[in-house]
Ligand binder design. Sequence first.
Ligand SMILES: *Cc1c(COP(=O)(O)O)cnc(C)c1O
Length: 469
Amino acid sequence: MNTDEFRKYGYYLIDWISNYFENISNIPVKSKVEPGEIYRSLPQLPPEEKEDFIKILDDFNRIILPGITHWQHPNFFAFFPANNSFPSILGEILTSAIGAQCMIWETSPSATELEQLTLDWLKRSIGLPEEFSGVIQDTASTATLVSILTAREKYSNFSINKEGFQNNKFRVYCSQEAHSSIDKAVKISGIGENNLVKIEVDDKFSLIPEKLETAILQDMENGMQPLCVVSALGTTGSLAIDPIEKIAEICQKYSLWHHIDAAYAGSALLLEEFRNPIKNLELCDTFVFNPHKWLFTNFDCSAYYVKDKHSLLKTFEITPSYLQSDYDRRVTNYRDWGIQLGRRFRALKLWFVLRNYGLDNIKTILRNHIDLAKYFAEWIENQKNFELLAPVNLNLVCFRFKPAEYEESEINDLNKKIEKNINNTGKAYISHTILNGKYTLRAVFGQTNVAKRNIDILIEEINKAARSL
Ligand SMILES: *Cc1c(COP(=O)(O)O)cnc(C)c1O
């Protein structure tokens, strides 16, 4: 493809993207293809001869697009969103055009310094103190693994990196509602799943701090070494907030590492009314949240903060001679801040988003999403056949269909059917979780452009699905 063709197809694609967003409400939100359908409809070997770009685009429209679930659809209420925005998309275009590999400062000084700047902006805006240093990781899962590895090294005097595990005594704690990425991290870090202690939660699905302290004391009595607590600032199931203030005190009392997983809800710390009641946030060792979930920034972009930068670097840095440069003493080389060597220029899209929206607009949209959840929750509360299954935190509503004429044992299946029926219409997409053994429907109102009319569509589809049972 030459520059003239690139220009032509580039304009074409910008038109395509604009049309996509203008018409996205009219396409089915969840893909309806069957497993293997897309694979089978494409040739089994790559072409020997060059193919015309228009033909490739045509196949994209005809074959690939039907296999896409539209995460930017305003009726996407499932999981947590991975929302984006026009300034973010434009930032990604430039990132891919520049195509820089930003492993060290020298390989693109702007990439490193813009990453420092945008993460400092966010840090100051969510109320983390200056002593924290930020780095963009691909995902919260990676950030949590990096945190647990850093804790492992700091508390073993950096011996496990050298010697490997001799006789593991480390224990890691999180709530029963914590994210599966913590299970993954203890597996990968060699600490082992059996040494992840899941602490009971209260009726709001938040970790019970007294139970945490009891577990720590018991482990110490049994000769184990409590290492780290991972608190959830917004669980995936119900957005429950663990008692950060008390967990921080316990971590201080027993000298434990404290990682806060705020993957989704972290964006809400931009709002004073959410941030101010949370005390002792600044006492944590590490903190992660995902601008790629609820901050209009294309996947992937996970903001990871660490207080003891020295231990992080000591855990990860490896400097073969070909990566040494004259600048090393004066600059940040982000290759030492995590697992991967090669890094994308992710800060650019985040910078575009923060500047083109401005904090005021961002806060207005987040508050609007929270109001939409209240509107939907009020509707649920007013229905005699529906009930809420968790407190409504931020913009997530956990609910179920519970008509009086059915036995409790039948209710789970009914709700599975409702979920399936709604999702099969293509009009709206919700997901589920299990809370206290109950099959729980989840609707999240965090899509960039979600509005009241979209909630009304969801309500209509819920009504239809319930009537059809
Ligand atoms: C989404 C989520 C994660 C995982 O996020 P990734 O960036 O996809 O790894 C971790 N913890 C919580 C609480 C989440 O909601």
